[in-house]
Ligand binder design. Structure first.
Ligand code: CO
Length: 425
């Protein structure tokens, strides 16, 4: 569990999450490939490639001919607030605030009254080049203060948050003018004038922790979806060689519809599949027809104070095992479910099921979107959590390990399909 929290803590932005995993891959002997150079892949080789610094694909080439791909995909981004250009706003009354734009469908209230900072990347001029530098301003820099109850007596009767007014972070008083760019430049180790562009978001400073009378729970920023990313990644690393080619993917921009070059609606995953096939002499169509995707994104646990929001019969609980997600906006079907359940049984991992209450729309995820580019049997799964899209979420302390075990079994398998019959070796 501490390693999950270490990973999340070291991943305050999608760029940091990808960087954290690249370090772990390099330590494990994986070789970095470049998208703008030819790929020479050796049997038994271990590789990874990134796009935009915020999406990642890692894979291993089996020593023997492989039937197809066993892929998992999770997302690197979270709902937050982006820092706009020229963000500093002076006033009213001597305050210095930052101009932001909402990113994704966040719960607003949890962002109030807690220390915040910024993280992401800066594009820095270095001589004739423009270099990408990770930025994490490692201090309590910002706060979004609530309005006192005395000034808004109806605050507890349901409140409509106005993002351009209620959600504006406070940075300082008059003497702090110019401090934002100075802090970013210091974190990027450059002069302010050399910052030619940036992608920065608000980040809560609160670190993750394990809690509860019997330490049942883990709470942290970014559990959706870094808990799934971590579980899939650890399973990918731990798996033994099989007759299928394992791919771990981490994609960006899921929270805003995935339609970017580094998102599930871009070509990244499809390009990786294409290039592996080309480099190994495999026919892409045949390989994809023997492939499988686990789309991993957290699921809603039954809420202790609002059990009525859960479906009548599909009611996931924390520490109850991996959740299979069903519904019209998910990719899961009976066939994909059957394959995944068989693998979980093999791993001794309990399985639960999630469906939206029949009068609620629920969320979606990258499984369906990714299928528009690489079409294969797909199961949507996740781990049960509370307070999804809060900036401090809660999940079960035991479930990460269940996911690691399930994904280890998944990536160690060989899958073949013939006329609706699935063979798992
Ligand atoms: Co998610």
């Amino acid at each position: 569990m501490n390693d999950l929290l270490r990973f999340i803590d070291s991943s305050p932005s999608p760029f940091h999450a990808v960087d954290s995993l690249c370090r772990r891959l390099a330590d494990a002997g994986y070789v970095r490939l470049a998208e703008n150079a030819p790929w020479q892949l050796a049997p038994g080789g271990k590789y990874f490639v990134t796009r935009n610094g915020s999406a990642l694909a890692a894979f291993r080439v089996p020593r023997t001919d492989f039937a197809g791909f066993l892929i998992s995909a999770a997302h690197s981004d979270v709902p937050t607030f982006r820092i706009k250009e020229r963000p500093e706003m002076e006033g009213p009354d001597g305050y210095i605030r930052l101009n932001t734009e909402g990113y994704g469908g966040m719960l607003c209230a949890p962002w109030l009254d807690r220390p915040l900072t910024v993280a992401g990347r800066a594009l820095v001029r270095t001589g004739s080049a423009i270099e990408t530098r990770l930025v994490y301003v490692d201090r309590d820099l910002l706060m979004i203060p609530n309005v006192a109850i005395h000034m808004n007596r109806s605050a507890n009767d349901g409140y409509k948050y106005d993002r351009k007014c209620d959600m504006v972070p406070l940075m300082g008083l008059g003497e702090s003018k110019g401090a934002f760019l100075a802090a970013v430049a210091q974190a990027a180790n450059c002069a302010e004038d050399d910052i030619l562009g940036y992608d920065l978001v608000l980040v809560p400073r609160q670190k993750g922790l394990v809690w509860g009378a019997s330490e049942e729970f883990v709470s942290s920023p970014r559990l959706d979806d870094l808990q799934c990313a971590y579980g899939c990644f650890q399973g990918f690393l731990a798996a033994s060689d099989s007759g299928s080619l394992p791919v771990f993917a981490l994609l960006d921009n899921e929270e805003v519809g995935s339609l970017t070059k580094q998102g599930a609606d871009g070509t990244f995953l499809s390009d990786v599949v294409e290039r592996i096939c080309a480099a190994t002499g495999r026919d892409r169509s045949c390989a994809v027809a023997n492939s499988f995707l686990v789309s991993a994104d957290n699921a809603h646990a039954v809420h202790p104070n609002h059990p009525e929001y859960a479906d009548l019969t599909n009611r996931p609980v924390m520490n109850g095992g991996v959740v299979i997600k069903h519904g019209v906006r998910y990719a899961t079907d009976g066939a994909a479910q059957a394959v995944f359940v068989a693998l979980c049984r093999r791993a001794g991992v309990p399985v639960q099921h999630y469906a939206n209450r029949s009068d609620m729309a629920g969320g979606s995820t990258l499984g369906n979107i990714s299928n528009a580019h690489v079409s294969l049997n797909t199961v949507d799964i996740g781990l049960a959590q509370l307070a999804m899209h809060s900036c401090f979420e809660t999940a079960g302390a035991k479930d990460t390990d269940y996911l690691v075990r399930a994904m280890t079994a998944y990536y160690s398998a060989s899958l073949r399909e013939e006329n609706g019959t699935f063979t798992l070796a």
